[in-house]
Design a binder for this molecule. Sequence first.
Ligand code: PLP
Length: 374
Amino acid sequence: MNFNSVLDDVKIYEAGKPIELVVREYGVKESDIVKLASNENPYGTSPKVAKRIAEISKNMFMYPDDSMYELKEGLASKFKVASNNIVIGSGSDQVIEFCVHAKCTKDSKVIMSKTTFAMYEIYAKQTGATVLKTPDDEHNLEQFSKLYKENGADIIFLCLPNNPLGECVDKEDVYNFLKEVSEETLVIVDGAYQEYAAFKDANKAIDPSDLIHTFPNAIYLGTFSKAYALGGMRVGYGIANAEIIKILHKLRPPFNISTLSLAAAIEALKDESFVQECIAKNFEEIGAYETYAKEKGLDYIPSYTNFITLKLPVEYISAQVAQELLEKGIIIRDLTSYGLNAIRITIGRKEQNKRVIALLDEVLNNLSKAKVFD
Ligand SMILES: *Cc1c(COP(=O)(O)O)cnc(C)c1O
């Protein structure tokens, strides 16, 4: 059967492995499994949200409020924007999809960093657009600028901080770059980990309202999946000037957020102290990985997120390290598919991190011993 030929060049997104798979395939007890592969909040959902979900579940037979009035009001007051500056997606992933489909045709160009969130390329290629990547793995705005001057672009993706590496460009540098960009180019500022970056370093914080009022061609994306601990609920949002938002609504399917998801996001916004406590613990715990990496002589990227990326020396193969950890019940992310010999570990709770570091050490030691006997 023939399909749209642009899909020939589209890769299938490789999601983090589920706990159920490790139980099924490796016979590890569910209680022994540590899942730190998808940058979820390891402290679970706020108890207030869980309570709200129990109450709202009686409304499951009804479609949700498609205007998403209350959620937009909540976001509008948090970010000091108007409701018509906001579009809600089934995860911010869906907002990326709206943006790409609103802007791109097969003649379009899309600029992104070499090693960044895999969905940017997938959505871009679904339209047949050409993807242009900067040479460095980490975001380098001089390279973005050069690539843009040489080629132009319909969309520029900036991931601030960047997944899967964890680095984050300073706000001032972002603004200086955006001054060079034409009003015709949509700049997507993906702030999936902005709550973490803003906590660690005020120079990295992007204020969505200031961004869109300074650069009317920019859209800020946020998600409830990471710091807000609602990955399973699939809620994200885009903040942009009202004209952009109006166009994106043409692409939004009706009721794209479920009744439960909507209620969960509304409630999560009211429990900011839970979010800030989780972020504080995240940065206390990240130190354990940094200390271990230093001891072991592993290179790591200073992280502004809830994960850390460890670059492995050539004597180890990241896919093998990830596989051996998986068989011990530790689910992390191998970055081979990004062309890197590296692993990405979501920062877990203290006891999880201890276990991951102990088992990682065991795996690395065994692999280097195996080498000696080769
Ligand atoms: C997790 C993530 C998202 C969005 O996740 P959703 O669950 O779809 O909201 C977007 N961008 C980056 C860089 C991410 O890591």
